[in-house]
Design a protein around this ligand. Structure first.
Ligand code: ADP
Length: 753
């Protein structure tokens, strides 16, 4: 950033510096050349003006001479002429010789200017100049015209002055009144004097001003460090030295300037008269110009550098000034991005940065507000969600508990694939699977008759079947059980589901079966005594019967009535106990007496079994219902009688120990197979012995004994060896049910032994 600023400040300056340097060189060169040219052209004009002055002086002298010559013809008053010559020479220091030559070329009067001292040449030293070209050529001109010689060497007494000194001669004819040419008046001017007229030409050190005659002679004025120097010579000398520059000058067509690396040359044409054309050149050494430019460049570079440095420093300061707040702003922006909206940067300025900082701070504030609002919303949303989730979880938990604790088996299948998707524990247990084994099962795996199952499923899905009274399902182990199914459908996750509540109805069917059986048995058991009773009663009504015979028949009828009574008693008692007998008729019961009564009942003279009483003396009375206990013992004895052959012995015993009384009914009958020793206490269970040994019964006798024992807080059990006999033990707590009783682990066999 800072570097960019500095570069931004420096680059234009650098470019400007280069441009200025380049342009300044070009402009300066052009300007110098122009100035030089103007200077040279002004010089040329000054030279021409100066020559015009000489021309005027010359013509004035000629007029003066003509006037002097007029009256005296051949003998002018030379003193006057001399004075006039003196006057002219004094007036113009540059004329070094003024003279008058007569028509034969003889010098008639001559005044020299020897470095400011005017000397008239004595008559004896006057020379014949008839062989001089300038005299001859001047004599050719018409009066009033001015002859101008070439720049030529000054020749004194026939010898060219050494070192060569160029001179220019201006001459005009002096004529008499008749127009005859009487001679010529000549003014000599040294070439260097001509150049002196040009001293205004600025001349720095090394500068050269050259006047080049059309006769390839030149006069040069050059400025050394200390003074002016004049040189005359032939053009060849210059050409050897300046060659190209001279050629360049001439190629400029008289006027013009050229700039070279080495030198600047400006040239102007001078028209001195007589159709002559001289060239005036000014040569300035290039180094002079270029040193100026180099100096200028250095100055520019220096100042450029200075300005650049200043600009860079300024840029640095500005950049720091500018970038510091930007850095602070960007740091703040980063903090905002990370969620820290605190302390926005305070930028005091009112410019764009200040406004940006203000906007950023405002943005931070509103973001912080929004965030706080969002946090609040989020919090309340979270709380709401938590509440809902908790409620949902509770509800889900409740339903899951209901679902899993439901004793009925609940199974949910996907209707389309019939895959099992959910089942409760009761279902898994019902079908004999572990709960996790159920996954992967499908409806068909559980059905016995798959075709029938599918048909029923279709009806359930169609809504025409919701309850299947009886169907057969298969367990894991392959066994089959009868079931009652309630079925329904519901949609779950966009899919149709089938829910079934399956109830195993084996027990119910069994009970039904047993009920039917019992009904048949009861009917049979009732019909037997009733038939006997009806038979004897009818016989006695229809036939005259002797009293003794009648008594016998009435005895049979009574016995059958007892039997019937017992049967009905069993049924009623059982029903009463099942319905819930509260033990209202409990009291102390003497078992000794009870056993005696039962023995008496069954061991009458008609009984073909021998009933033996084996009671311990001093038996405690048992807290119980005497009627029920009598019925229980009666049932046991009745069975012992029923299921043992005639002539065998039936023993009724009783023993007391540790708060318990154990009653024992022992027979010598057929015994009970071990496999059914528990089952004989179940309702309506009967050992089907078949054949002629079939004995009437209802299967209610032992269950009733079991119920009565339970009601008294005791129990009944059997020991038996097949073919040898059975012994039933009825164990009763002396204190009755609901009281703390001593534990009895010992077998009653020991006590009876
Ligand atoms: P039931 O009316 O058939 O006698 P119970 O419930 O009294 O009904 O007896 C059930 C079954 O137990 C009887 O059918 C019988 O086969 C068997 N049983 C009961 N007592 C004896 C016994 N003392 N000896 C042999 N079998 C017996």
């Amino acid at each position: 950033m800072v570097l960019a600023f500095m570069a931004l400040a420096l680059l234009p300056l650098l470019a400007l510096d280069l441009l200025v340097a380049y342009r300044s060189e070009e402009i300066l060169g052009r300007r110098v050349a122009q100035e030089l040219q103007v200077e040279v052209e002004t010089g040329a004009e000054a030279l021409e003006v100066y020559l015009a002055g000489i021309r005027r002086d010359l013509l004035a002298l000629a007029r003066f001479l003509e006037r002097r010559l007029e009256p005296r013809a051949e003998a002018p008053g030379w003193e006057e002429v001399q004075e006039e010559f003196y006057r002219v020479l004094q007036a113009e220091n540059a004329y070094y010789q003024v003279r008058y030559l007569d028509s034969r070329g003889m010098e008639r009067i001559r005044v020299n200017n020897l470095a400011g001292r005017l000397v008239q040449v004595p008559e004896s030293e006057l020379q014949d100049k008839a062989d001089r070209y300038y005299w001859r050529e001047a004599m050719q001109t018409a009066p009033g015209e001015v002859y101008l010689s070439h720049l030529d060497a000054n020749i004194e007494y026939g010898v060219p002055e050494d070192p060569l000194r160029l001179v220019v001669r201006l001459a005009t004819v002096v004529a008499d009144g008749a127009g005859r040419k009487r001679g010529v008046v000549i003014i000599n001017v040294f070439g260097d004097q001509l150049l002196r007229a040009l001293t205004p030409l600025r001349a720095g050190s090394g500068t050269r001003v050259i006047l080049l005659g059309d006769n390839r002679r030149f006069v040069e004025m050059s400025r050394s460090a200390t003074n002016l120097q004049f040189v005359s010579g032939r053009q060849e000398i210059l050409e050897a030295e300046l060659g190209a520059a001279l050629a360049e000058g001439s190629s400029l067509g008289g006027n013009g300037a050229s700039i070279g690396r080495e030198r600047l040359v400006a040239e102007a044409a001078v028209h001195p008269g007589m159709d002559r054309q001289w060239r005036l050149l000014k040569i300035v050494p290039g180094e002079q110009l270029f040193s100026e430019i180099t100096g200028l460049r250095r100055t520019l570079a220096f100042f450029g550098l200075l300005i650049g440095l200043g600009a860079a420093l300024l840029a640095l300061a500005a950049a720091r000034q500018f970038s510091r707040p930007i850095r602070r702003l960007s740091r703040y922006a980063l903090r905002v991005a990370e969620g820290d909206f605190s302390s926005p940067p305070a930028i005091g300025s009112r410019d764009e940065l200040g406004r940006l900082a203000g906007s950023l701070a405002e943005m931070g504030r509103s973001l912080a507000e929004s965030r706080d609002r969002l946090v609040d919303w989020n919090l309340s949303l979270q709380q709401e969600v938590d509440r809902k989730v908790a409620a949902l979880r509770e509800s889900e938990e409740r339903y899951r508990l209901i679902f899993s604790s439901e004793s009925d088996a609940i199974l949910i299948f996907e209707a389309e694939t019939r895959a099992l998707v959910e089942a409760n524990r009761a279902a898994a247990e019902l079908y004999g699977y572990a709960l996790d084994e159920f996954a992967g099962l499908c409806l068909e795996d559980l059905l016995c008759d798959v075709e029938q199952g599918r048909a029923r499923l279709a009806r359930v899905l169609a809504g025409t079947l919701s309850r299947i009274e009886l169907t057969y399902h298969r367990k894991k182990d392959g066994s089959v059980f009868p079931a009652e199914v309630s079925a329904g459908t519901f949609r779950w996750g966009g899919k149709l589901m089938l829910v079934g509540i399956v109830r195993d109805i084996s027990e119910r069917l069994e009970i039904d079966r047993m009920k039917d059986e019992m009904l048949a048995a009861v009917s049979h058991e009732m019909r037997t005594p009733l038939t006997a009773m009806m038979g004897f009663a009818e016989f006695m009504l229809d036939n005259p019967v002797a009293e003794a015979e009648a008594r016998e028949y009435l005895g049979i009828i009574l016995k059958e009535t007892d039997r019937l009574h017992g049967l009905i008693d069993n049924l009623l008692s059982f029903q009463r106990l099942r319905a819930g007998y509260g033990g209202d008729g409990f009291a102390g019961v003497s078992l000794e007496q009870l056993l005696e009564e039962v023995a008496e009942l069954f061991g009458g003279p008609s009984s073909r079994r021998k009933l033996v009483l084996d009671c311990q003396e001093g038996l405690p009375a048992v807290h119980g219902d005497a009627e029920l206990l009598r019925q229980a013992v009666g049932n046991l004895v009745s069975n012992a009688v029923k299921y043992s052959p005639p002539g065998t012995r039936v023993t009724l015993g009783a023993r007391a120990a540790e708060g318990w009384v154990t009653l024992r009914v022992e027979d010598q009958g057929q015994g009970i197979p071990p496999a059914v020793r528990e089952q004989i206490f179940d309702r309506f269970f009967r050992i089907d012995r078949g054949g002629s040994k079939r004995v009437g019964g209802t299967g209610l006798g032992l269950p009733l004994v079991k119920e009565i024992a339970r009601l008294h807080g005791g129990r009944v059990r059997v020991e038996s060896s097949e073919g040898e006999g059975s012994t039933f033990f009825l164990e009763l707590p002396v204190a009755g049910p609901g009281r703390p009783q001593p534990q009895r682990e010992s077998s009653s066999e020991a006590e009876f032994a």
